[in-house]
Design a protein around this ligand. Sequence first.
Ligand code: SAM
Length: 243
Amino acid sequence: MTEDEIQSAARAMGITLDAAQAGALVRFRDLLVEANRRFNLTALTDDASILALHFLDSLTALPVIRKIHADLGSAPDLIDIGTGGGFPGIPLKIAMPELRVTLMDGTAKKVRFCAEVIRALGLRDICAIQDRAEEAGHRPEHRERYDVVIARAVAPMPTLAEYLLPFARLGGTCIAMKGSDAQAEAARAAGAIAKLGGEITDVMPVSLPGRDDRRALIVIHKLRPTPQPYPRRGGAARHSPLR
Ligand code: SAM
């Protein structure tokens, strides 16, 4: 995967990356492939899959975040819940350097990897922290603090809503990056989202250049404060999802 290939694939999605940004993604790919030899970070190890299914897929959320940036008039504060190897947070940060990013994951070695990437790429205004959404969502430094709360491939929508909504400030936005079943997932989670203070404003189809698998972003607006019992601790969000 060369810088040119990354730039032209991004261009096909309407995203302009300069040589330094494309170079940062190449370096990120190298670190990902190298770390994946030591422990399991991603099932995708060939260049084409990393480019399409990690980098470009992460960037499908960029237009929504740019719109939020324009409406706010300043760079949004974004948290990526269950970031794993840094997706979607690191590609979004590279593509939009002014974004302030918190990467959160429950697994220490994944967080250490993200910290290594941040250091190696010299990224600023981005940090990686080890925490669980159910715990961090109650901490004053995180609760209702973020303009954008995003997650990809973390949990089914009703559970994910309980993880995400507590982090969003009033008027903030949650973005759940989902696959072809997004409409049905959104419908199943509408009651849970309302209980948590949110409302689905869009289920936005997105596509990747040269691929026909269907994906969508479930976009949720935070209207009211999330009631204090949420997120429930001890795995309840996972075992007994809200309805
Ligand atoms: N978002 C990344 C991506 O799209 O490649 C990683 C997806 S991976 C399938 C799910 C990640 O979510 C794992 O790294 C896991 O540790 C993390 N995770 C799951 N539940 C979590 C929770 N309750 N709090 C924090 N992280 C969680």
